[in-house]
Each structure stands twice: as structure tokens, then as C-alpha cells.
Design a protein around this ligand. Sequence first.
Ligand code: MN
Ligand code: MN
Length: 289
Amino acid sequence: MFYKPDMMDAFADYDAARYVIFGVPFDATSSYRPGSRWAPDAMRKASANFETYNQYFDIDLEDLSIHDIGNFEPYSSVDDTLEELYLTIKPIVKDDKIPIMMGGEHSLTYPCVKACAEAAGEEIGFVVLDAHFDLREEYGGIRNNHACVSRHIRDDITDTYVTIGVRSGPREEWVYAMENDIKYYTSDDVREMGIKKVISEVKEYLGCRKIYLSLDMDALDPAYAPGLGTPEPFGLTDIDVREVIHALAPISVGFDVMEIAPEYDNGISALLGTKLLREFIAAHAASER
Ligand code: MN
Ligand code: MN
């Protein structure tokens, strides 16, 4: 089911690992530009660029127990892929490891949140960085479309849901968000309030809940991450996103970096996504020190 891993600094074997990285090369419901299936390997390649030492946290990734399982082999159908992925992640979270997924399209987040929520034994929150609400019930006739992932997580798994960086959606989604009291921060809100204020409000809203943290890379402005399935201008900065990851990694039970489509740029989106993944691990590990 998996093939050979090669993420840099993922030297631990599975049993010893605290962090378990895996790729899911699946983009079958992509609506605009497919290609996120190539992201996991592009991210592994990009990881070779970075020093193992993280000065901000005084953490050396080399000293941590990180395991890269390799790439999950998807089915052609999204429903089968999601179901099989759920069954694959379940034992990982049961073993008290932190799953870190490299997408693939955003629909893949649903089974990860579901597995993490079940293993947590308490209600967990879902915090997502995304240019889009992803609150549609179905899209293009497909319920588990990437544009519907947050809707189903809210409906099926947790009411504690926050989205940061949103700036695109049909009128109905904005109305739905208002009518359902959804906690969201647009990228303009972030710019006006400052990311630190946004983070402190989000933390207050979450209380002592653990969360699953999902990064749809299109939350970032395309100036930072142009290689995406659905790029959307006027987005978050790389530093905004890093701040959120630094602040929320310590309460996260799972994390993912989704929607990078490496064929549309010169490698920068995969580099940034990989760096943010490494920042997540460093921030999480620092909190357990
Ligand atoms: Mn999304
Ligand atoms: Mn998006």
C-alpha cells in the first residue's frame, strides 16, 4: 500500500515515532487545476533544502522521532479513497502518534479528522486555514468533493470549527456561514486585526479543546504559493500562517498541508508547504519538552 519514503530527517522507525508523515497523491475531484497528486514527492524533495536545526524553538528535527510511511495508494473513487484512508489512519492515532498528511486535495482531510476525533475520546475542534469556506453540501454532483470538506466535518464530527483566511465563495456560502454562526476570519480581517489578535480570539473560542489543524495552501496569497489547485489573490502572508501554526501546533492532534500543485510554479509552494510542516513539528515538539 505504501512505497519507499524519503522525507529528510524522518529517520525513526514506526514504533519509535511520535510524528508519522504520509503522502496521499490524490486529486480526482479537483475543480480548476488538478496536480496536487504530485505534491507529496515534491515536498519530500523540497525538504532536502532545509537545515535540521530550528533556531526559533532551539529544536533539532534530527533529534525527534519522525517517521515517513510513504505514499498511501488511492483508489480512483473519492469515497473508497476516504474510507480506506480512515482505516489506515485509525491505528496510527490509536498508537498515540501525531499524523501529518501531505495532500493531495482537501477532501482527504475528512477521514483524518474523523480518526483523530475518535481517538481523542473527547470533542476536538477543527481549525482550517483556507481561501474557501468548503461549506457546500455537494459540488459537481460529488458529496466528498474538495469544496465540501469543512461542511461535512462540521455536520458529522465537530461544531467547534474556525476558518482563517477565507475570501472566496458564492453568496450562499457566506449566508450559510452567517446563519450558522460560523467563526471565520477573512484575510482582510487578519490584515486589519493583526494575526496575533486573531490567534488570541481563536484560542479563547477553543477553550481547552484539542484540535485538528488543516492548512489548505490557498489560504496563502498566490504571491507566496502560486502552485495551487485554486489560487485566490489577496491572501495571508507566509508569516501569518507560520504564526498560526506556532500558536496552535501545541494543541493539535493532527495536521495536514493540502492542495499544493507543484507543476504550476518553480517549486516555491512545495518549499513553503514543507517548511510550514517542519515548523509544525518543531512547535509541537517544543511544547512537549
Ligand atoms: Mn479547501
Ligand atoms: Mn481552498
